[in-house]
Design a protein. Structure first.
Length: 400
């Protein structure tokens, strides 16, 4: 789209200057002039001109795709150095539900080099088919390589839905694939469903800081693409009796296709906490009063065989590292037991843990929002309550 001033029609009234929100129009010898560096082609100036002196040339509307040619649900099966990411299993469970509602095939898309053993695992966790791209240039993730291969596969096989985990890799990969395919992408979804009448994907994600949930649809483009936060969906139980098809595809990828080459992979020596897969999480918030409170949280977590989580307030205060954070800007978790200590229960935190099987809240304030989602609430001083919990847990272990 471009904006042109028709000099012969311009009367120098300056109405367009007032209408432009980007200060992209100035006067020269009594005529309006567009500053191309500032102009965003928003078109606000066109409607303000009473003399028809501004012409906004818009691109022709893109031809709508033949949506009927797209069929099937795909899940990107992320693996790193031959290890399948847990998020992929969660997405297979959700993809299975979507595919069953649509009455179509569920395919797992696996890229890598000599990772054949992962194929059967994907089938055991719900995939009908594994589309396997095996190539030496796919051994390590690169943006260019993985984007090209997946985009080529989608153009060839035309799935109607593609789901990718919102991991560090997924957040890099998904938007590039979507842009190359000229389709939409809904990021960080917390719920997926199917409008069975229209056969479209309903993609729900938090909006406006988590204060409301927005459901987004992609009616005119295919595939419909979503990224899903780790820990949100529930994986299926492994069924080793399930059978499926492994389709090995030819990969058209060459060294010149990759602008970045992985020379070496250096793993961080820092030990990070695995909140997503933890069955027991003990989280602390601002109510701990300081970083020393997390020593007590760790003691209870160790007694339960779990890990320590935290609220954003505790992370922002510098009491604990970000990899412990649970919530909208941290990890989304669904453990068997979630114990919230000194956490008030802001909606951003609740969004990350409210699907836990059992929630226990400990807080001095009886009106704390955390109690609205808790299965068990204890109103009291956490420094008195938690030591008693630790003692009882240890007693139960000794009895066993």
């Amino acid at each position: 789209m471009s904006v042109t001033i028709l000099k012969e029609k311009c009367r120098g009234c300056k109405l367009c200057l007032k209408a432009c929100p980007f200060d992209a129009i100035y006067m020269d010898n009594g005529k309006a002039v567009i500053n191309s560096e500032k102009c965003t082609n928003c078109g606000a100036c066109e409607s303000s001109c009473k003399f028809g002196a501004i012409l906004v040339e818009r691109e022709q509307k893109e031809e709508v795709k033949d949506l009927s040619a797209y069929k099937g649900v795909w899940v990107y099966a992320e693996q790193r150095q031959g290890k399948l990411m847990f998020t992929s299993l969660e997405l297979l469970g959700e993809g299975r539900k979507l595919a069953d509602k649509l009455g179509v095939e569920l395919s797992a898309v696996l890229l890598g080099h000599e990772v054949d053993d992962i194929c059967q695992e994907l089938i055991h966790y719900g995939a009908d088919k594994v589309i396997y791209a095996n190539h030496k240039l796919l051994q390590n993730y690169t943006t260019d390589g993985y984007t090209k291969v997946i985009a080529d596969l989608i153009n060839e096989k035309k799935p109607e839905i593609v789901i990718i985990g919102a991991t560090n890799i997924g957040r890099d990969l998904a938007p590039r694939v979507a842009a190359r395919l000229n389709t939409g992408l809904t990021a960080d979804c917390t719920k997926l469903d199917i409008d069975e009448e229209q056969r479209i994907l309903l993609q729900t994600r938090p909006a406006f800081g988590g204060n409301l949930m927005a459901t987004i649809v992609t009616p005119n483009h295919r595939p419909q693409m979503s990224t899903v936060r780790p820990g949100v969906m529930k994986k299926m139980e492994k069924d080793e009796s399930r059978t499926g098809v492994v389709e090995k595809v030819d990969v058209n990828l060459h060294d010149e296709d990759l602008r970045v080459k992985v020379e070496e992979i250096v793993k961080s020596a820092k030990q990070t906490v695995n909140l997503v897969e933890a069955q027991y999480i003990v989280s602390g918030g601002r109510g701990l009063g300081g970083p020393e409170g997390f020593k007590l949280m760790q003691e209870l977590a160790d007694a339960l065989g779990g890990v320590v989580g935290s609220s954003r307030a505790a992370v922002d205060a510098g009491w604990i590292s970000h990899d412990h954070q649970v919530g909208q800007t941290g990890k989304t978790v669904r453990p068997r037991v979630y114990i919230a200590c000194g956490i008030s229960g802001a909606i951003q935190h609740l969004a990350g843990m409210q699907n836990s099987d059992c929630i226990i809240a400990i807080n001095k304030n009886p009106d704390a929002p955390i109690f609205s989602v808790a299965d068990y609430g204890i109103v009291g001083d956490l420094y008195k309550v938690v030591p008693m919990l630790i003692e009882e847990v240890k007693k139960l272990k000794e009895q066993k």
